[in-house]
Design a protein around this ligand. Structure first.
Ligand code: GLC
Length: 742
């Protein structure tokens, strides 16, 4: 299945909010007409409600009609009580939206979204989101704060783990698939959740990869890189959007009427609900753009925030602002109508059950889907001398992450159940026998203690191969958990060095929430399988891959830097006026003594590290190998309203039946603004038998070739394009074509 960045994803489904009928509109209006200002503003108020019972202050707000939604409920009986209070104790009986961060699973945990993206498998991601919704609806949750489609080019940022990586198309496709999984085929089904595209917008560009930091995004980057995934989700029926903490070019997203009204509402026609992020309204004061709480309420409602998450500015000041005429009351009415429409669309005002009871078959299906996604998310980065798949059962498992049921789940797993985890050690012992020796060495990945190094060496020396389970504890990525040094933490590199001279093949299975810098240990490892944080079923998924029962197929959703000093480094970069090339760079060690100031490369490179990445976007090895040839296009010239038909032959040259993720990239050679050297425009996962070939087909429309120009208008300009198809952003199977004026 293929997707295109700016065209409507082939869902065929009317957007969930477009299904709103006139009857629903009339019901919302009739309700609004009965509401006092206090009740209206109550719908815009959201509080945190944790614990196994309804807190008294929450109950009081509900009964007074001062609460429209809660977040962090995770017990069915609490949800039942909340809705009972709303239906029986409040004047207008309006049920609440019950929200939770169901990010990559609920009890059953799938890989972190960055890992999911590595599968390039939208269908499987959609399936996992559907299971997450089924599980979350057991707890009465009807709104999830997911998917996060912040494009991220900086792996230092802790929340890269929650993203789908550096590419706009991959974020678009995976964001759409995830929201479709959550929202299901009918929003009012008992297991459907309202999805929430976040964080609108540009949060992934936080300077220095430091969370919550300022962003400075030029409008053409905003339009062509950061906004497209949200536009794709809005077109696919996204029902809610959450604003980002950050400021965009000096105006925090939560107070940014250009983003929320001009673009989201007026240009894209988004009809859903906009919710602030946690306290991001009150933080307008800290940003220095609001003088006080009254200001916060004014700026937020004027920008278009419908629901204030956790802050009290709406509840405290909005009614006075309206009744004194400082704010047009229609802004409040419009916001409340959107909230009521959402609640009606979810079926909350009718007979939708508050909680659901999944069947054992549901649980089994969820397990199977999460295991399969973990397997397809793993990326084989290195495999010297066909070290993998394992040739012997005599393995030793060494390292801190082999048996960590919670850490393998990764970040943002509030409701993840570690008791459901099958650890990598479990999986390897199930597959290779209970006698497989295990030496954790460290208490955590942050541990530097070398006391167990000799025990590790002893275990390794008795084995035919060592499975080194390395990476990051779950706590080292996620919100507020950014790292300036993204090498293996703790004493892990020292451990590798301690084992490297044994002559036993070292196979690293790395679990991490981000791309790591591996340059100082790369040569000492014979094979590297990058598992991200693989979720509940790391064990069976990775054991199957290591044993050769399955073949690695994942591809990198993000560029891996050689050194943190290269960041930001990403594949869809601009060419610059002086691009580096092997002939135009000089390494610091080779600078002649007395070299003149202008004698060195005079191109865009660093003296002390190569200008190329460690591993490029889209890269991933297999136990097989694939060749691309016979690339054909239906015409070397197409007009802007014609479709380019592309076909290519992919041959599996190896001895294993395997999947390949074929990727199609373009370059617009000349544009009215500078264009990236490559842009991913389509991809397909295709299974090919050992030794066989498949002809695969792509279609490119003019929309796929377009971009937002200096005037912020989406255009497809005439001119020549290069096109490549292959197994990574370094694809070299090439054709060229020209777009001519219609
Ligand atoms: C957090 C996150 C946001 C999350 C919200 C509610 O601070 O930024 O992604 O959905 O608060 O937990």
């Amino acid at each position: 299945m293929e997707f295109h960045a700016n065209s409507r994803p082939q869902t065929g489904q009317p957007t969930c909010l477009e299904q709103n009928t006139n009857a629903l509109e009339a019901r919302a209006r009739a309700l609004l007409d009965q509401m006092t200002w206090g009740e209206k503003i109550g719908q815009m108020h959201q509080v945190d409600s944790t614990g196994d019972q309804v807190p008294n202050h929450v109950a009081a707000l509900i009964e007074q009609g001062q609460l429209g939604s809660v977040l962090n409920v995770s017990h069915g009986q609490v949800a039942q009580e909340i809705q009972r209070l709303a239906r029986q104790k409040s004047r207008l009986d309006i049920p609440l939206l019950i929200a939770r961060d169901v990010i990559h699973g609920f009890k059953t945990v799938a890989p972190i979204p960055l890992g999911q993206a590595a599968s390039f498998n939208a269908d499987l991601i959609r399936e996992n989101a559907r299971h997450a919704a089924q599980e979350a609806s057991q707890a009465g949750i009807n709104w999830t704060f997911s998917p996060m489609t912040d494009v991220v080019r900086d792996p230092r940022w802790g929340r890269v783990a929650e993203s789908y990586g550096e590419d706009p198309l991959l974020n678009s496709v995976m964001g759409v698939a995830t929201l479709q999984g959550y929202q299901g085929s009918a929003l009012d089904h008992p297991t459907s959740l309202a999805a929430c595209g976040k964080h609108f917008v540009g949060y992934g560009a936080s300077e220095a990869g430091r969370d919550y930091n300022t962003t400075n995004i030029p409008v053409n980057e905003l339009r062509n890189i950061y906004l497209p995934p949200f536009k794709a989700m809005v077109e696919a029926g996204l029902t809610t959007i959450m604003t980002s903490f950050g400021d965009i070019d000096g105006v925090p997203a939560t107070a940014n009427d250009w983003l929320l009204r001009d673009i989201l509402r007026d240009e894209w026609g988004f009809k859903g609900v906009i919710v602030s992020d946690w306290d991001s309204t009150v933080q307008l004061i800290t940003h220095g753009i609001a003088a006080g709480y009254r200001d916060v309420a004014t700026l937020s409602i004027q920008a278009g925030i419908d629901i204030e998450m956790v802050g009290n500015c709406y509840l405290g000041y909005l009614e006075d602002l309206v009744t004194t005429g400082a704010i047009d009351g229609r802004l409040v009415d419009d916001a409340v109508m959107r909230i009521l429409r959402l609640k009606l669309s979810l079926g909350l005002m009718d007979d939708r059950p508050v909680t659901t009871t999944p069947t054992p078959a549901d649980q089994e299906a969820a397990t199977k889907a999460a295991t399969r996604l973990a397997e397809q998310s793993c990326v084989l980065l290195k495999n010297d001398n066909q070290t993998l798949p394992l040739k012997s059962k005599k393995i030793a498992v060494i390292g801190p992450l082999a048996d960590k049921a919670a850490d393998q789940l990764g970040t943002w797993v509030f409701d993840g159940d570690p008791s459901r985890s099958i650890t990598l050690l479990d999986g390897l012992r199930d597959r290779f026998g209970d006698t497989v020796p295990f030496e954790p060495v460290f208490t955590s990945t942050r541990d530097h203690n070398q006391d167990r190094f000799d025990a590790a060496r002893k275990a390794a020396s008795t084995a035919d191969a060592v499975i080194l389970t390395l990476g990051e504890d779950a706590i080292l990525s996620g919100e507020a958990h950014s790292r300036a040094d993204i090498s293996l933490p703790g004493g892990q590199e020292a451990l590798i060095n301690h084992l490297a001279d044994l002559g036993v093949p070292l196979i690293a299975v790395i679990m991490a929430g981000r791309p790591l810098v591996l340059s100082s240990v790369l040569e000492k490892l014979d094979a590297i399988l990058y598992a991200w944080h693989p979720g509940s079923f790391a064990g069976p998924a990775i054991a199957r891959l290591l044993a050769g029962d399955a073949v690695p197929s994942g591809k990198l959703p993000m560029t891996f830097p050689r050194h943190v000093g290269q960041i930001p480094i990403y594949y869809n970069h601009k060419n610059t006026g002086r691009p580096p090339s092997p002939s135009r760079v000089v390494h610091i060690e080779d600078i002649p003594i007395g070299a003149e100031q202008t004698s060195l490369g005079m191109s865009s490179f660093h003296l002390d590290i190569p200008y190329t990445p460690e591993f490029p976007f889209g890269y991933g090895l297999s136990y097989s190998a694939f060749d691309y040839d016979k690339l054909t296009i239906n015409s070397p010239h197409i007009t802007a309203n014609e479709t380019l038909l592309v076909s290519v032959r992919v041959t599996n040259k190896g001895a294993y039946d395997a999947d390949e993720i074929a990727q199609l990239y373009i370059q617009d050679r000349v544009g009215s603004i500078t264009r990236p050297v490559r842009e991913l425009k389509a991809f397909q996962r295709v299974g090919i038998k050992a030794g066989a070939s498949e002809i695969i087909h792509f279609k490119l429309t003019a929309t796929d070739l377009g971009f937002y120009n200096r005037k912020e208008v989406f255009v497809t300009e005439p001119g020549w394009f290069d096109l490549w198809v292959g197994g990574s952003a370094a694809a070299d199977c090439h054709a060229a074509f020209e777009v001519t004026a219609a």
